[in-house]
Design a protein around this ligand. Structure first.
Ligand SMILES: *[C@@H]1O[C@H](CO)[C@@H](O)[C@H](O)[C@H]1NC(C)=O
Ligand SMILES: *[C@@H]1O[C@H](CO)[C@@H](O)[C@H](O)[C@H]1NC(C)=O
Ligand SMILES: *[C@@H]1O[C@H](CO)[C@@H](O)[C@H](O)[C@H]1NC(C)=O
Ligand SMILES: *[C@@H]1O[C@H](CO)[C@@H](O)[C@H](O)[C@H]1NC(C)=O
Length: 485
């Protein structure tokens, strides 16, 4: 999702649409208790990137060898880790888990490359919907109240609270003093159980708090990561009529890419000069039904895992649908969207930067919803003309679930795409068990709904993979809080 100040007002209206009102989707019985799952963490040998890092590398090699033979102290560091995701409400959003505090308690959070602040719903608030697991600052011995107010507005709502600092752990990595917001006010529909907050994975330059995000702190720690990357494989359930409200969501890999999830090479395209803030790429090619459209303006696109659909300039969206016979601008609450005949298979592909590759969107993914017998709603919608400092396009999960996507922090900052492997594609629509909240290296208790007892952490620390028993509270009737975040 993009912070509010970068979104045009027309989008805010479109945010009011929910799949509830679109109909045509149904969910089976919820799976009440997730199976415990073991999350393997990866150790890889680190190759020095340049001479200045050689010392760090050499030290790490020595410590690793000493540790292997039981010499000296064991390093708790890892070069990469992963987090299994959950797909919420038929591809509406994807969340992962992290843990906060001492003892660590795990929370589910939306992983959002389109914003850069981390916040959790606080327990000291009456505006947090019941059933949302909340963070109790008094239950963490390491929490520091920074007594600084925080507020952020997204297209889909707002959140406000206070900044604090605590231990944050995710995918096997830890930042001991990460600043984040404990939110006491949040708009209706910003959080859908069991999600407790948002983890912004954009750059500090767009952080409302001004705080350097968790991922960036780690990516800028010399010698820590195998590669300075975050990679996503997102699953697809939108075309599965029996999809449950929570389904396996794919994989978030931190510090490395997972070669079993993609084929060929990752096609990295640099973020245009000075644009690191959002993960921006220049949209260079837009093919619709075999026709290549002429793009206008800079065509900067924010690559945004926290947005469900794809938004673009009105004129470009109009010319896109003009290639689809029988399409028409939708009206009323669907203003900004277009309908088209459901019998039409819409093939769209996008190309970025200087690459000659284009990436196709599955026609069944483009078909956002069926409104009537032969009227379907397309997943590309209009953003009215935006300010010069904001991207013209927001490329969300409608696109990202068709590819393996990699967000690279340096050498230079870039976003890369690759085709999904058959292993990854086999996860689409599959009946898998839901991931259990995990933080990789430390056994954590799982936060439960407000008012419930919290389990205690075992506190044991290990260097390997540790299963974390978690409980997902699924609300069958809760179809969708937010279509776009
Ligand atoms: C919430 O926090 C405020 C400020 O720290 C405090 O004054 C108030 O008593 C707290 N309320 C509850 C219910 O804990
Ligand atoms: C956080 O901890 C690190 C390492 O202990 C330290 O270098 C850094 O200054 C701390 N940052 C803040 C904001 O306290
Ligand atoms: C890569 O992904 C596969 C499929 O999800 C998984 O089984 C494997 O553990 C992952 N490997 C690494 C190194 O993370
Ligand atoms: C991705 O897969 C498509 C369809 O199989 C293929 O046409 C295309 O060349 C592949 N792209 C890359 C970069 O491998």
């Amino acid at each position: 999702m993009l912070p509010f100040n970068s979104l045009p007002s027309s989008l805010i209206l479109t945010l009011l649409i929910s799949l509830d009102s679109l109909g045509g989707l149904s969910y089976g019985a919820p799976n009440p208790i997730a199976q415990p799952l073991s999350i393997p963490l990866v150790r890889r040998s680190q190759k020095p990137r340049d001479i200045t890092e050689l010392g760090t590398w050499a030290k790490k090699q020595r410590l690793a060898l000493e540790a292997k033979y039981g010499i000296g102290q064991t390093s708790d560091k890892r070069s990469s880790g992963m987090n299994l995701l959950t797909n919420q409400n038929a591809d509406s959003s994807y969340f992962g888990s992290l843990a906060v505090g001492t003892p660590p308690i795990s929370y589910d959070v939306i992983l959002d490359t389109g914003s850069a602040d981390f916040w959790l719903a606080g327990s000291n608030s009456s505006s947090i919907p019941t059933g949302i697991p909340t963070f109790d600052t008094s239950a963490s011995s390491s929490f520091v109240d920074l007594k600084t107010s925080f507020s952020i507005r997204y297209g889909s709502g707002a959140a406000a609270g206070t900044l604090g600092s605590d231990v944050v752990q995710m995918a096997g990595f830890e930042v001991s003093n990460q600043t984040f917001a404990v939110v006491s006010e949040v708009s209706t529909n910003m959080l859908t159980t069991p999600v407790s907050g948002i983890l912004g994975l954009g750059w500090d330059t767009i952080a409302a708090s001004g705080v350097k995000p968790f991922w960036q702190v780690l990516a800028e720690t010399d010698g820590l990561l195998d590669e300075p990357v975050m990679a996503f494989q997102l699953t697809q359930y939108i075309d599965d009529s029996s999809a449950r409200s929570s389904e396996p969501g794919g994989t978030f890999t931190f510090g490395a890419v997972n070669s079993s999830l993609y084929t060929g090479d990752i096609d990295y395209q640099d973020i245009p000069d000075g644009s690191a803030g959002y993960w921006i790429l220049q949209l260079k090619t837009l093919n619709v039904q075999g026709q290549s459209l002429t793009l206008s303006g800079t065509s900067y696109a924010a690559i945004d895992t926290g947005t469900t659909l794809v938004g673009g300039p009105s004129s470009m969206i109009a010319s896109l649908y003009s290639q689809i016979p029988g399409s028409a601008a939708a009206t009323g609450e669907y203003d900004g969207y277009y309908t088209y005949p459901c019998s039409t298979e819409v093939s769209i592909s996008l190309g970025f930067g200087s690459s000659s590759n284009t990436w196709s969107i599955d026609p069944s993914v483009f078909k956002l919803a069926q409104l009537s017998q032969d009227s379907c709603l397309g997943a590309f919608f209009e953003l009215s003309s935006s300010g010069s400092s904001t991207p013209e396009w927001i490329v969300g999960d409608t696109f990202l679930k068709n590819v393996y996507s990699v967000f690279r922090a340096s050498n230079p900052p870039a976003v890369g795409f690759a085709n999904l492997s058959s292993i990854a594609l086999a996860m689409n629509g599959a009946d898998g068990s839901l991931p259990t909240p995990t933080i990789g290296s430390v056994v954590a208790a799982t936060a439960t709904g407000a008012g419930s007892d919290r389990a205690q952490s075992s506190g044991s620390r290990t260097g390997g993979s540790v299963p974390i028993q978690g409980l997902f509270i699924l609300v069958a009737s809760c179809l969708l809080g937010v279509l776009l975040q």
